[in-house]
Design a protein around this ligand. Structure first.
Ligand code: SF4
Ligand code: SF4
Length: 99
């Protein structure tokens, strides 16, 4: 693999324990993608019984498609960090804030 050095906002907390990337309320994907244009859902969510073993890896926000969020700049998140959790029946970025 080629190492890619890039600064990203971190996923500081995620309470969606049924997601395969979640261990102890933290996301361990390399990077997540958020949103479908309007709704700030976590596109990387993957419900599974098995969970990632890479508990030392901290997730970043690789891309966000929610341009109506005030933290969004050119379809990227500019927040320092985000929190992900459940809202009604969906899994979403709780740091979302409309412009
Ligand atoms: S941030 Fe998304 S991918 Fe990461 S653990 Fe939470 S729901 Fe899963
Ligand atoms: S804070 Fe806003 S820009 Fe950042 S991931 Fe969440 S919805 Fe996207």
């Amino acid at each position: 693999m080629i190492p890619i050095m890039v600064e990203m906002p971190t996923v500081s907390q995620c309470s969606v324990r049924e997601c395969a990337y979640n261990t102890e309320d933290a996301c361990h994907a390399r990077a997540i993608t958020v949103g479908d244009g309007v709704h700030p859902g976590c596109d990387t969510y993957f419900g599974a019984e098995a969970h990632t073993h890479a508990a030392e890896r901290r997730a970043g926000v690789g891309a966000c498609k929610v341009s109506v969020c005030r933290h969004n700049d050119d379809y990227e998140c500019s927040a320092e960090s985000i929190v992900v959790g459940k809202s009604s029946n969906s899994v979403c970025c709780q740091t979302f804030s409309p412009r």
